[in-house]
Ligand binder design. Structure first.
Ligand SMILES: Cc1ncc(COP(=O)(O)O)c(C=O)c1O
Length: 689
């Protein structure tokens, strides 16, 4: 299988270097409104509606992901949430035409029986001619067509028409075709969800997107659900600026579209209105409630400057992706010296081998993609031991395969996840014994865990690690640790699992390796696991080794890790992390009502949060909005994740700003302010409709 991406060309590299040199904002927080994202979504909607008769036009909303396949995963999840739940109870409930033949193995690596696939419920068809018959046989809830070059449009048009009449949701995946040769099929085929892939970023940057019609968007259209499908790197402005260029060149906007694009760039109100209409209906409301409703102008180190001139200290850092701050200056040299013929991926593999002891690596574009690869490889290597053990409130990403281990989300999925996943509450006193029994059963293939849960930064008890270590010899299971958030020095060691879980078979890394610049991630495995997986399915293992390969991302990660090792990053994080924790603890003591609720600072290294026992997400939001507005310091859900290169004086400044913002606050005052915020956010929301 060919990698989805090709080498970056000199013009692109120069353009990217210029963005870094001039401190253009790139990653901040998934879902944050940007004019680039709004413009891309507006144009994609226009393309999808272009040839539709009036009565078939619909309003499309875009979700930005990091690969075509990742976008397809999101499209499937969305369709399953939007489809009739009655129909999802029949298996198989989804018909998928996939000429690439990748997904059949990807979703069911060991060819397991119904319900035991990594992603159950799908019937695969590899000949377009067979789709209509199969549809009649199984009456699916969802039909997916992965378009291929030269695909006869008439056959699909008829199929989509029948689906429309029978209330079957349709997904058209354009990510396997290059529109330069073919144009887009979506201009002729009218699906409920349209998936785009890397071609929109000229196949030079990781990108994917899916567009949802009004009907398909429904699952995400409420205040309670609008954040439930998310990806750390999606919607980064650097990648989207490349996509915007492609769209403008390939489909030169008409005069009226030009006008709208100009208004997106110049008018905050137009931008928010169109973002609400074409990206996320609730995001402007949610971001204004949390105090993050601003337009970013410049991003450098730990500072973000907004269009109204405020300089924020950024402790959101794209949910922990912030390795060396925004736009680290030496990235300019990396981009200008990038040699498209050099194999940076091999350099990175060696570097990671040294840092972790794991010699084999698989490239990814996000946390979810590297967890998916981990689960697939583990299933291939574990053979007859079918069960996956994980822990309550573990987070693994929101693509359908990763959701098997995102137990904070997974059980709510209407379509049914893999039946072989078993989860334990790590904080229940009965768990160590019950876990020991499960691990000794001989049926467990993989134990998969975050050692510090991203949802609340609570660290799993040492007893859990002890049981996993002790039973391993006889239990014969693989141990996989998800270090997407905790890895790459965030907690003061390269991996938080080092010294806690002996010699894991699999480690996943993502956020920090991006260096806040490009979607990136890696799955690391032992050579024994690699060999066992290859024995079972060499084609699939080869495909995983190549499909998301990205030399530019590898180069960026190599440079960042080299910097970290040369500057003794682990020690630095331990030192400044301690200073930050002590400073914040001192501040909490001085605020009466936070003392009363026993608010504490929790976490490790530079992965900290403020929390108290009965805190609700609304209460946290009230405090973080106050920090943003009164202290110009940004903490998402009260988690504090500054760049790992942050200096001691910047740490003191964070503490000073938190203290300043919280001085004099009372619970009553906070609640009143909360009500005022909700009302004003609702007013803004109404005005934008
Ligand atoms: C531990 C862990 N695994 C996986 C993921 C998913 O990563 P992504 O959002 O890049 O898909 C996250 C993201 O927050 C994470 O913290």
């Amino acid at each position: 299988m060919e990698p989805a991406l090709r080498a970056a060309d000199p013009q692109l590299l120069e353009r990217l270097a210029e963005r870094v040199r001039t401190h253009q904002p790139n990653f901040f927080l998934f879902g944050h409104m940007t004019s680039t994202g709004t413009a891309v979504a507006y144009l994609l909607d226009a393309i999808c509606n272009r040839n539709r008769p009036k009565d078939r036009r619909t309003n499309f909303r875009s979700f930005f992901a990091n690969a075509g396949t990742e976008a397809l995963g999101g499209a499937l999840r969305t369709a399953w949430r939007a489809a009739s739940h009655e129909r999802l109870r029949h298996f198989p409930h989804t018909l998928l035409f996939d000429p690439s033949r990748l997904l059949r193995d990807y979703f069911n690596p060991c060819g397991r029986e119904e319900g035991h696939e990594l992603l159950p419920g799908i019937s695969f068809v590899e000949e377009l001619g067979a789709v209509a018959r199969r549809r009649e046989e199984i009456q699916p809830a969802v039909v997916v067509i992965r378009a291929e070059p030269g695909m006869p449009v008439d056959v699909c048009r008829e199929l989509f028409e029948v689906c429309r009449r029978t209330g079957t949701l349709t997904i058209l995946d354009e990510s396997l075709v290059d529109f330069r040769e073919q144009g887009f099929f979506c201009e002729e085929l009218h699906a409920d969800i349209v998936v785009f892939g890397e071609a929109l970023a000229d196949r030079r940057m990781p990108f994917g997107a899916f567009l949802m019609s009004e009907r398909a968007y429904r699952p995400w259209s409420t205040n309670a659900t609008y954040k439930l499908h998310a990806t750390t790197f999606g919607g980064g402005q650097t990648v989207l600026s490349v996509v915007l260029d492609t769209l403008r060149t390939q489909w030169p906007p008409a005069a009226d579209e030009q006008e709208v694009l100009a208004s997106i760039a110049s008018s905050r109100r137009a931008r928010r209105r169109l973002y609400r209409k074409h990206v996320n209906k609730w995001a402007p409301f949610g971001f204004s409630l949390s105090g993050f409703d601003f337009d970013l102008l410049e991003a450098s180190g730990s500072t973000l400057r907004t269009s109204s001139g405020v300089e924020f200290l950024d402790c959101v850092g794209c949910a922990g992706a912030n390795f060396r701050g925004h736009n680290p200056p030496d990235l300019v040299d990396v981009l200008r010296s990038h040699d498209p013929t050099h194999d940076y991926w091999s350099d990175l593999r060696e570097q990671l081998h040294e840092l972790t002891g794991l010699p084999c690596a698989f490239p990814g574009v996000s946390g979810a993609s590297v967890v998916e690869h981990a689960l697939i490889l583990a299933q291939l290597a574990a053979g007859e031991r079918t069960r996956i053990v994980t822990f309550k409130d573990n987070f693994a990403g929101t693509t359908p395969v990763a959701l098997n281990c995102s137990t904070a989300y997974g059980p709510n999925e209407p379509y049914g996840l893999c039946r072989d996943v078993v989860f334990f509450d790590p904080f229940s006193p009965d768990t160590p014994d019950a876990l020991r029994r499960e691990l000794a059963s001989g049926q467990v293939g993989l134990v998969w865990l975050e050692l510090i849960r991203g949802v609340d930064l609570r660290r799993l008890p040492d007893d859990i690690f002890r049981v996993i270590n002790e039973e391993r010899q006889t239990g014969g299971y693989l141990v996989g640790v998800d270090e997407v958030l905790t890895g790459a020095f965030r907690t003061g060691q390269f991996l938080f699992s080092q010294g806690r879980l002996a010699d894991p078979d699999i480690v996943t890394l993502a956020k920090g390796l991006s260096d806040m610049f490009i979607p990136f991630g890696v799955t690391l495995v032992t050579s024994a696991l690699h060999a066992a997986a290859r024995d079972r399915n060499p084609e699939l293992v080869d495909a995983l080794e190549r499909r998301l390969l990205n030399q530019l991302g590898s180069h960026v990660a190599v440079n960042a890790l080299r910097f970290a090792v040369n500057h003794d990053m682990g020690k630095h994080v331990q030192r400044v992390g301690k200073r930050l924790r002590e400073g914040l603890t001192e501040v909490l003591r001085s605020v009466d009502y936070l003392g009363e609720v026993r608010c504490e600072v929790r976490g490790e290294g530079l992965l900290l949060c403020l929390d108290w026992s009965d805190a609700t997400s609304y209460a946290r939001l009230l405090v973080s909005s106050r920090l943003s507005e009164r202290g110009a310091v940004l903490l998402n859900r009260l988690q504090c994740k500054p760049p790992l290169t942050i200096s001691e004086s910047e740490i003191d400044e964070i503490v000073r700003r938190v203290a300043q913002a919280l001085r004099g606050t009372t619970q009553l005052g906070n609640r009143t302010r909360g009500l005022v915020r909700i009302l004003s956010a609702l007013v803004i929301d109404r005005v934008l409709r």
